[in-house]
Design a protein around this ligand. Structure first.
Ligand SMILES: N[C@@H](CCC(=O)N[C@@H](CS)C(=O)NCC(=O)O)C(=O)O
Length: 234
């Protein structure tokens, strides 16, 4: 049976908004697995109620249902061991876990602050009130006050990426000589941003930008059918 996963979309169903779902798009492309991406919106809670929680990505692999991008990646690795590994060159699960936690605590939020107005505008009307209410409760302020202009957000994003920049000075990918889950976790927010914003996150000569473009060229399948404001993420 074909794999299926629920993937967060904007009002335009071809604009895919979740950095967590982008991880899975790359992991599936890397493992050369065909999967159907089902368009889902924040308020379509009923559609994923079978997973026992309310967030995407949710993967259906035959009878198996997995939610949470981390658990989905580990499921794909275990269920499809004969496909290219998500942990090449001895880069293990523990290493990818550190990358995930670093990224989620330092890089994702300033990217969100940069793209928040455009992200909000891109949402389906059915999602706007829910998004505002849930995010304002989370941030403790109005969306407009959480957003940052590019001149403030970009230096924060670029500074937060320094560990990635330094690592890429010594090796072509976060996972080593070959790309792996650590790379897909770190590249995902660039696709989330590019879906809704034409602002370049990186300077033209930033080695992180070259790495994003390398992954972009290597995994065209990950973005098949998707529409972007910035056709060249990074
Ligand atoms: N830890 C989860 C986070 C997933 C998550 O937060 N997904 C967001 C979309 S980016 C979501 O579905 N949110 C639903 C909501 O806020 O109601 C993962 O890695 O998959």
């Amino acid at each position: 049976m074909k794999l299926r996963y629920y993937d967060l979309a904007a009002a335009d169903p071809d604009v895919r908004l979740s950095p967590f779902c982008w991880r899975i798009r790359f992991a599936l492309a890397h493992k050369e697995l065909e999967a159907e991406a089902i368009c889902w919106r924040f308020t379509d809670k009923e559609a994923i109620a079978f997973s026992g929680q309310g967030k995407v990505p949710v993967l259906q692999d035959g009878e198996t249902v997995v939610s949470d991008s981390w658990d989905i990646a580990l499921h794909l690795e275990r269920a499809y061991p004969d496909r290219p590994t998500l942990f090449p060159d001895g880069s293990g699960i523990a290493h990818a876990r550190f990358v995930k936690n670093w990224l989620e605590t330092t890089v994702q939020f300033p990217i969100l602050q940069l793209v928040l107005p455009e992200l909000f505008d891109s949402l389906h009307e059915q999602d706007k009130a829910y998004f505002r209410e849930s995010r304002e409760a989370r941030f403790g302020c109005r969306l407009e006050d959480a957003a940052l202009p590019a001149e403030k957000a970009l230096p924060r994003i670029r500074a937060a990426l320094q560990p990635l920049r330094l690592t890429l000075a010594d090796q072509p990918f976060l996972a080593g000589d070959q790309p792996g889950l650590a790379d897909f976790i770190a590249v995902a927010p660039f696709y989330w941003a590019a879906a809704v914003s034409s602002t370049a996150l990186l300077e033209a000569d930033d080695p992180v930008r070259a790495w994003v473009h390398c992954l972009h060229d290597r995994y065209p399948h990950a973005r098949e059918g998707c529409r972007f404001k910035n056709a060249q993420p990074g």
